[in-house]
Ligand binder design. Sequence first.
Ligand code: LLP
Length: 441
Amino acid sequence: MDHSSSFDTPDPSYAELIAARPSLDMHAHDGLLMDGVPLAAIADAVGTPSWVYSAATITRRARRLREALAPIGAHIHYAVKANDHLAVLGLLAAEGCGADVVSAGELARARRAGIDPADIVFSGVGKTNGELREALGCGVGQINVESAEELDMLSAVASSMGATARIALRVNPDVDAGTHAKITTGKAENKFGIPYRDAVNLALRASSLPGIQFRGIALHIGSQILSMTPYRAAYARAAELVGILRRQGLVIDVVDCGGGLGIPYRDEPAAAPEALAGAIKAELGGLNLKLMVEPGRWLVGPAGILLTSVVLVKFTGERRFVVLDAAMNDLIRPSLYEAWHGILPVSPVDAVAPQVLADVVGPVCESGDTFARGRSLPAFRPDARVAILDTGAYGAVMSSTYNARPLAAQVLVADGGWKLIRPRQSIEDLWRDEIVPAPQG
Ligand code: LLP
């Protein structure tokens, strides 16, 4: 049977997956629990597929990161793109996080969640005139400028409003983050940032433009980074640039160290926030800078699961397919990045049942609608509940309604109970805003 896996090590067992995730537990009677709440009860009440987030995990991780960064005085600007639900933003805001946003929509969400505009950084490679105006109008703390063209646009917009934009130049350090090609951003061939060799000239230009206050530099080299080596290389280049620019007489008081800190999805060694703080300190410490980070995934990824049900188990020749009621339109990471996500049975009976190898797929009409290949799972019966792990980041936010599949419900587990934080979209919602022109004549 070809169940070839691209990994050298066997998949972690259920016990290993659970042990590595403090919010999860397997109870002999109630089955899989999140922070003590049976996931089966949530599935019974709201149906599947549903995203379920652990508030305690989000809060705990925000505190851990904040404490790790405290010695170097670095401030967290949560990358809203990872999970933009207002309840999630609210939890992070309560822990003192600012926000990193990349669109007018994310800016509005962050503000709606109570984050002070002064604590918001606006990033992104293609901010429109309208978005720049919006950002300046509400007084965002910093705009990360990604090109000479954008610098001119921003100068014009700010001048026309009589405003001053506090900016950092996002410099592309040409460092390979060693992550998936679709989520690496710091290589010279990527569309992001300003080429390192152009940074000095552009910074000098920025300092002379009307409506612009040049503050420093920003870097973001990619996502799901587990090694400190690329971070150290990027921060070393940032430090070098700070030195060069200061010698040119520029005032630099900000370095935005970006996001990208990875999480263990399978059996990867966890990247410690203390190690990131150490890498920042080693290269940028002692330079009298205001330091910032923009993590998304690390804060919220491990806090979420996608709760789904088995529709049926089908066999084709030698292959066993577990077909779920969740699909690539809900969670696209496996299809898009070949991402590995842990999959656990929810029922205590399934948890101890003999295991067989199966491919886990969704019902969407594409072969790419595959969550896992050759996974050891019980011989599920229809309606068995399944949890797909570590989907708190880049899960619901990347959903679509492809195949006319309504957006899944979202649930927050907190204080020993749970709350529906977004109802499942109805079928009628799918066409509610569609306009069918009346026939002419
Ligand atoms: N800052 C900037 C400028 C970014 O572009 C990103 C992510 C972040 C911060 C946050 O990165 P994080 O800490 O979450 O790694 N959809 C992909 C990930 C795309 C990340 C895009 N940029 C995935 O599901 O793996």
